[in-house]
Design a protein. Structure first.
Length: 142
């Protein structure tokens, strides 16, 4: 048997709260998605002013972070022509994204989910996603 650790709804809500806090801090209203370790959606929030086109993007960023087990920004560097993972963004029915702003959520060395943010630049999205994770870990006292 394999025991799988995954985010609870309560923990997903903490990630959303952390993303909202960081979004307000930087002045960019985000769409934020939280998925479990298998990439299935647990929670989603679009702040007032968040782009409707960013809904699917945020979900796909969270999916990629959880399932690929690394930040989407890392694949942005690895997925260019001439690199071994060129074209990876066309896999998984187009759900795999190489746009920064998706991160795996790691607790005690284990990936338990993913968070994806979208509306700002890729850099802003990544800052908010990291802010969400930092807030979760702070609240869990980890």
């Amino acid at each position: 048997m394999i025991t799988v650790k995954r985010l609870s709804l309560e923990e997903a809500r903490l990630l959303l709260a952390g993303a909202e806090q960081k979004s307000k801090e930087i002045g960019v209203p985000m769409c934020t998605a939280v998925v479990d370790e298998s990439g299935h959606l647990i929670a989603f929030e679009r702040l007032d002013g968040g782009k409707t086109s960013s809904i699917d993007i945020a979900i796909n960023k969270a999916y990629t972070g959880a399932c690929a087990r690394r930040g989407t920004h890392e694949y942005n560097q690895l997925g260019v022509p001439g690199k071994p993972t060129f074209g990876i963004h066309t896999t998984n029915q187009g759900r795999f994204t190489i746009i920064g702003g998706g991160l795996p959520v790691t607790v005690d060395g284990e990936i338990v989910g993913g968070v994806g943010c979208s509306t700002g630049t890729a850099g802003e999205d990544q800052v908010v996603a990291q802010g969400a994770i930092d807030y979760l870990l702070e609240q869990l006292k980890l």
